[in-house]
Design a protein around this ligand. Structure first.
Ligand SMILES: Nc1ncnc2c1ncn2[C@@H]1O[C@H](COP(=O)(O)OP(=O)(O)OP(=O)(O)O)[C@@H](O)[C@H]1O
Length: 346
């Protein structure tokens, strides 16, 4: 997902910061924090391919934005000393767009397609054969005289990334040798991400300051790094150390609440709680009500709200939990059933 569309980010990034974000990317699996299971699985897959002197199997990376999908694709290429070609689903709107990319790959190249679920259907079908047999069929001519000419491709590894694995057609999903589901990071892992970024920024930050940021970044390394830069700005301008007080003041200034909810998260929650009495409310109704696309609500907002226990998904729609009523200071208005349920500590 491109950064100007990154709705998970409560504090927008400048071009310089995007460049810095690139510089922060871990270059090897050893440097990549968290996702222990996925890292182990990827390591095995890459090592086996090296031992057998073949290109690694195709890899699908699924999960919300900012959890490290692009970073992992770069690592797959880097660890195997392979060139990397980057593209994205929205840029492949015709089979011809894909044919041009595939036919110019060099042997062993890693092809990264971000947002692969947004690729044109005709291109998807071309990809099936390319992934399986390293071959595509090019149509020459039109109408009754059209013929298909096979074109051999160099062996390559496709790394697809998606925030919506469920939208991929089964034939495409089945052609990936390995699917990694990236999870939100826990606070200890985010502290490691922040400590590493802090060192690279030359920022003198307390452990408790980093822990505070880690608790407010939606379980997402990209947001952790951006909040850290806002804290750095605050400390710089106020001539202070990046301690707990500076973190709290900076994050309050940028409207990042104690759970790390951003503007869109809050809009969704307030809509469910106040307009729909806590739900259930259907995805499309909710999306229209907050003026956002259903896909963004489902792929970006909802996974985090479910994870921290503010909403549940039911067959009839999304429902606020008792914890949500309490977090928004509306417990007194909660329906009886919700108020009566035990409220977990967030
Ligand atoms: N495991 C990690 N360890 C350290 N830093 C990380 C990790 N994962 C992500 N990051 C940092 O977060 C930033 C965002 O990661 P990345 O661009 O790979 O996410 P993404 O899942 O591809 O997001 P999108 O779907 O929006 O493209 C990177 O610049 C990197 O610095």
């Amino acid at each position: 997902m491109s950064d100007d569309l990154d709705l998970t980010d409560p504090v927008l990034a400048s071009e310089a910061e995007l460049a810095f974000e690139g510089a922060l990317r871990p270059k090897s699996l050893g440097e990549f924090v968290g996702q222990t299971r996925v890292r182990g699985q990827l390591q095995l897959l890459l090592t086996a391919a090296t031992l057998q002197q073949r290109t690694p199997d195709h890899i699908l990376l699924a999960g919300p934005p900012g959890l490290g999908k692009t970073t992992l694709a770069m690592i797959v290429a880097h660890e195997g000393g392979r060139p990397l070609r980057m593209s994205s689903g929205p840029a492949i709107q015709h089979a011809g767009d894909l044919a041009a990319i595939l036919s110019s790959l060099v042997p062993g190249e890693v092809l990264f397609i971000d947002e692969i679920h947004r690729m044109a259907r005709s291109a998807e079908e071309m990809l099936y054969l390319a992934m399986e047999d390293f071959r595509i069929d090019i149509m020459v001519g039109k109408g009754a005289g059209a013929t298909s000419v096979p074109l051999d491709l160099s062996p390559f590894t496709l790394v697809g990334a998606t925030t919506r694995a469920g939208l991929l057609p089964n034939p495409l999903r089945d052609r990936f040798g390995f699917t990694a589901h990236l999870e939100f990071y826990d606070e200890a892992e985010l502290e490691q991400v922040l400590a590493r970024a802090g060192t690279m920024l030359g920022l003198d930050a307390d452990k408790e300051a980093l822990a505070e940021i880690a608790g407010r970044c939606r379980g997402t390394p990209r947001i952790a790094n951006r909040l850290l830069r806002r804290v750095r700005d605050y400390a710089l301008v106020h001539g202070e150390r990046a301690d707990l007080a500076a973190v709290r003041a900076a994050l309050e200034l940028y409207d990042v609440d104690p759970l790390g909810l951003d503007r869109l998260d809050r809009a969704v929650m307030e809509m469910i709680l106040t307009r729909f009495g806590g739900g259930p409310v259907g995805l499309n109704t909710l999306a229209v009500s907050v003026g956002e696309e259903a896909e963004t609500i489902e792929a970006v907002v909802e996974p985090f709200l479910v994870r921290i226990g503010l909403i549940t998904r039911t067959p009839r729609g999304r429902m606020a939990t008792p914890a949500a009523w309490r977090h928004f200071g509306l417990a007194a208005h909660a329906p009886d059933t919700a108020a009566a349920l035990p409220i977990d500590d967030l």
